[in-house]
Ligand binder design. Structure first.
Ligand SMILES: CC(C)(COP(=O)(O)OP(=O)(O)OC[C@H]1O[C@@H](n2cnc3c(N)ncnc32)[C@H](O)[C@@H]1OP(=O)(O)O)[C@@H](O)C(=O)NCCC(=O)NCCS
Length: 435
């Protein structure tokens, strides 16, 4: 886990001053105060179009919030905060040896009440988070977004694209795996065992997946269908893939939705995680070979998921690629030096940043081992780009050539190609959770 605790970082003085000019009080929420906790939880539910949380939901939310830095914006005479945000410092896996990571300032629960939108509150929340994180020395910030149009203006770039897979299970023709001693067995799990397996497999598997971050207890409760008051929870089922030594190597949580006009169901994957390709194949085979299934849906799959290569008819798999993990570099030398690269380069990057945090000219030197040294320089730039484009490139999940062709990187074709070669990774980056 990251050494730094976001709860120790005070609110950003500039955002507090700017919001107070509109009689808005921008402050840390005291989660131990039941009224403040209830107000924050209700504002969160309202912002994300959810129904009113009951006492159990508020209690669970409080347990999650206790681990985070929670900020509310309060208007005179209004009980609930008119805006919310929370954050925590978490390791994000980066390209390199297993377990290589960078500390990331994760941002979540960005809401502004419908009565207070479009008057700059979200801008103050986001800028406040970024200034606080940068002042605390955190090299990068990250989030997942409800809409792709909100965060570019603050220097975030979409960095971890993922695939939504929709499989016509009948057309796919099933998955036939060779029966060998190495084929994991698949077993049903009771809800509590499912929760535990989701947590444990994710914690190990994420270390080998650039872009991924740890989950948290409430997330696994939800995925396993253990959150009280959640109507969908009783529909959740789970299985695990166990290797020849009896170790759980993969886990699948899913729901079945009955079809209206025939005896059958659609299978929706809530979470699929595997440490080994064998376990992943076994779980895909479980889902695709299940009786009476019309369609299998899974979101947040890495772009190199093997599923299309497992089924008899690839046209049964509809793949929709969408943005998922957004990153925002705050400290260029620290962020770029935290990851390993595939090929040596020596380039000067001129980075522009609307908040000034990553602004400057930086020489990136990568040696034959893939290790980087990054220093400020006054040399002429080889590459000019915004901090959003650099953040998109960070994990190798976005093509430098595509950004160059789109005019988002100003460089020679050779310099763009050498960024592509150096930043590219063998496996696609992945982020298997929303946060
Ligand atoms: C998205 C949301 C937080 C924006 O709050 P807000 O206080 O209205 O935003 P601001 O007034 O600070 O706007 C800042 C900028 O973002 C733009 N913007 C705000 N919401 C936007 C949206 N949904 N899509 C595109 N642009 C948006 C504004 O036009 C403004 O642009 P500018 O500074 O370049 O002129 C708010 O609409 C909301 O709570 N939505 C529902 C919950 C949600 O989706 N949250 C995001 C979670 S990832």
């Amino acid at each position: 886990m990251a050494d730094l605790d976001a709860r120790d970082i005070p609110v950003d003085a500039l955002s507090r001053e700017r919001l107070s000019a509109s009689q808005l009080d921008y402050r840390v929420v005291d989660v131990a105060d039941p009224a403040q906790l209830r107000g924050f939880a209700r504002a969160d539910a309202r912002g994300f179009l959810d129904k009113e949380p009951d006492d159990d939901a508020i209690r669970l939310m409080g347990e999650m919030m206790a681990l985070r830095r929670n900020i509310g914006v309060y208007a005179p005479g209004i009980e609930l905060p008119v805006a919310t945000v929370d954050s925590w410092v978490t390791p994000m896996t980066v390209p390199g040896a297993p377990g290589a990571h960078v500390d990331m300032w994760a941002i979540s629960i960005v809401t502004v009440a419908a009565t207070h939108r479009r008057r700059g509150i979200a801008r103050n929340l986001l800028e406040g988070e970024l200034r606080a994180a940068a002042a605390a020395g955190v090299p990068i910030a990250g989030l997942t977004a409800t809409e792709a149009t909100i965060y570019g203006r603050y220097g975030f770039g979409p960095a971890i694209p993922v695939a939504h897979l929709r499989v016509d299970a009948r057309r796919a023709g099933g998955i036939r795996l060779p029966v060998t001693d190495a084929l994991p067995t698949v077993e049903y799990l009771e809800p509590e065992a499912l929760r535990k397996a989701l947590d444990e497999v994710h914690e190990r598997a994420r270390l080998g997946r650039a872009g991924d971050v740890p989950g948290w207890p409430l997330r696994w409760l939800r995925m396993a269908g253990l959150t009280p008051g959640d109507e969908r929870s009783r529909a959740v089922r789970g299985v695990r893939a166990v290797d020849a030594d009896g170790v759980t190597r993969g886990v699948l949580a899913y729901t079945l939705d009955m079809l209206p006009d025939e005896f059958g169901a659609d299978l929706a994957i809530r979470h699929l995680d595997a440490e080994t390709p064998e376990a992943l194949r076994a779980l895909w085979a479980f889902a695709l070979n299940h009786d009476l299934i019309r369609t299998v849906h899974a979101d947040l799959r890495p772009l190199d998921d093997p599923l299309p290569w497992l089924v008899a008819d690839q046209r049964a798999v509809q793949t929709t690629v969408h943005d998922h993990g957004w990153l925002r570099i705050l400290d260029v030398p620290a962020a770029l030096a935290a990851r390993a690269y595939r090929t040596p380069v020596d380039l000067v990057l001129r980075v522009t940043d609307p908040l000034g945090l990553a602004e400057g000219s930086w020489r990136l030197r990568v040696d034959a081992e893939g290790d980087a040294v990054v220093e400020a320089t006054s040399d002429a730039p080889d590459v000019e780009l915004g901090v959003d484009a650099l953040s998109s490139l960070y994990l190798g999940g976005v093509s430098a050539i595509a950004l160059w062709a789109a005019g988002r990187i100003s460089a020679s074709a050779e310099a763009a190609a050498s960024i592509q070669d150096a930043f590219g990774t063998a496996a696609a980056p992945a982020l298997t959770i929303w946060y």
